[in-house]
Design a binder for this molecule. Structure first.
Ligand SMILES: *[C@@H]1O[C@H](CO)[C@@H](O)[C@H](O)[C@H]1NC(C)=O
Ligand SMILES: *[C@@H]1O[C@H](CO)[C@@H](O)[C@H](O)[C@H]1NC(C)=O
Ligand SMILES: *[C@@H]1O[C@H](CO)[C@@H](O)[C@H](O)[C@H]1NC(C)=O
Ligand SMILES: *[C@@H]1O[C@H](CO)[C@@H](O)[C@H](O)[C@H]1NC(C)=O
Length: 433
């Protein structure tokens, strides 16, 4: 009897173990599962509704099961409401083998390039999201910012991004949460490369980002290649340099139709997979920007009183958009990146130097201390002292109004009507290559 019950509980234990999804961790410049296998991201940007797409369990189940057939293993969600109940949706995605990367900021709390500051209200808002999502085994990462920097002058905001990383990681560790990786999602601005990535990865590991990610729309159509697309230049800038993982936090150019997602075969090839950890395709739902992989019905006239705000239905059964959905599915099915186990891997790159200051290009002193909590960037103090260090006093004034309009239009400012900004960014980046 005793033996039998021992056996039964062993079996139950095994079943429990088999059910739990392994957690994601980092060693060197790669992601691994807690079972020791290398983890490559095949992700989808998922923001059905502006405030929080992770509260309707029925909807999440519908989407997660279709995403599973697509071959996705991760979603990226830009905005959530930490007060919501996320148990049902997180379970739905876990059951489908799908991890979550979630941004900690919102439109109200994000770090701004034009008037950088980092204060207690922002930290509290960021950590509320961290508090809510750290407990889910399938939370794979947090972003402290999305496309905050877009110009050389805007580099003065970089220390504020890194201060946010420092403080949310300190919160994570003080609460004894699992060490969910903390990263940043950068706009693909050639003039900020590679300084931004190196700055966010350099120095004290308690401050540095755990991973870096790039929103890149450089690869359009099938008639390009690793060498022609710009991906080889991106790879040269990280190869044997960046000590933390990097992946594409948005990709999927739409200027050539239909979308073939041919870049996926490069990202997971031997040219790139030793240095990159995969990609997140932009985006799940079809809306005004035309980047969708599924729709929830025909667009309706937004002036109809029954219609959703922009005419796009945002719930129900998702219908794949053909042939784009199938194209991405067959790319992901075909790719076979060579990987290494966590035990067998010993990182060859363990640190990177902080970038030197170059006026107008990278306006951050190499050895300047990070802003303290409550600090605001003081442009006047910086130009008067000539230091260009991007450090203001804790009581300093915000940057002059003139600098706040400098940022390029970016989708993050307008989830409902983002097409102009995103396409504009794509064009600008192409021109800058
Ligand atoms: C932080 O900055 C925001 C403006 O972005 C402001 O509304 C808020 O009051 C500030 N919080 C503190 C604690 O200073
Ligand atoms: C950067 O700032 C300098 C000094 O304020 C200004 O002359 C220059 O036009 C700015 N460049 C950009 C790209 O905003
Ligand atoms: C790194 O930063 C942490 C927290 O700010 C500090 O306690 C630690 O002493 C620093 N380590 C080094 C090597 O400077
Ligand atoms: C949740 O999603 C389902 C499926 O799309 C939908 O029928 C239902 O109305 C949604 N519930 C709420 C409260 O929006």
């Amino acid at each position: 009897m005793f033996l039998i019950s021992l056996l039964l509980s062993a079996i139950a234990g095994l079943a429990l173990f088999a059910n739990a999804i392994p957690t994601i961790e980092i060693k060197g410049s790669k992601f691994f599962t807690s079972e020791g296998d290398q983890f490559f991201i095949k992700g989808i940007a998922y923001q059905l509704v502006p405030d929080d797409p992770l509260i309707n369990t029925t909807q999440c189940n519908l989407d997660a099961s279709l995403m599973k057939t697509l071959g996705a293993n991760a979603i990226r969600v830009y905005h959530v409401d930490p007060a919501g109940d996320h148990d049902g949706c997180m379970q739905a995605f876990e059951d489908a083998g799908i991890y979550l990367f979630v941004d900690l900021d919102t439109f109200d709390t994000q770090i701004e390039e034009g008037a950088p500051h980092w204060n207690e209200s922002q930290l509290n808002a960021f950590t509320r999201v961290m508090d809510e999502f750290s407990g889910y085994e399938n939370t794979a990462g947090f972003f402290v910012g999305n496309e905050v920097l877009t110009t050389g002058n805007g580099s003065v905001a970089a220390p504020y991004v890194k201060a946010a990383s420092r403080d949310v990681k300190a919160h994570r560790d003080s609460q004894s949460y699992r060490k969910v990786p903390v990263g940043y999602s950068a706009a693909d601005i050639s003039t900020l490369r590679p300084m931004l990535q190196n700055f966010l990865a350099c120095g004290n590991k308690s401050d540095a980002l755990d991973f870096f990610a790039l929103n890149a729309y450089e690869w359009c159509g099938s008639d390009t290649s690793f060498l022609q697309s710009g991906y080889s230049a991106l790879t040269t800038q990280i190869k044997d340099i960046l000590p933390i993982p990097i992946f594409f936090s948005e990709t999927g150019c739409i200027t050539v139709r239909p979308r073939t997602f041919a870049d996926q075969s490069a990202i997971f090839s031997d040219d790139m997979s030793p240095y990159w950890s995969g990609a997140i395709a932009y985006e799940w739902i079809e809306e005004a920007n035309n980047y969708g992989l599924v729709s929830y019905g025909e667009k309706v006239d937004p002036s109809d009183p029954e219609a959703p705000p922009d005419g796009y239905t945002r719930s129900g059964t998702p219908t794949p958009i053909s042939p784009d959905f199938e194209n991405l599915k067959s790319q992901w099915k075909t790719v076979d990146p060579s990987s290494v186990s966590m035990n067998a891997y010993s990182p060859s790159v363990t640190a990177v130097d902080c970038p030197a200051m170059t006026s107008g290009v990278w306006n951050v002193e190499q050895s300047a201390a990070l802003p303290s909590l409550g600090q605001t960037y003081d442009a006047a103090a910086t130009s008067a002292s000539g230091s260009g260090g991007g450090q203001g006093s804790a009581t300093g004034s915000a940057a002059p109004a003139g600098t706040s309009g400098a940022a390029m239009p970016s989708f993050k400012n307008d989830l409902w009507g983002m097409s102009a900004g995103l396409v504009g960014l794509g064009f600008t980046v192409l021109m800058w290559l």
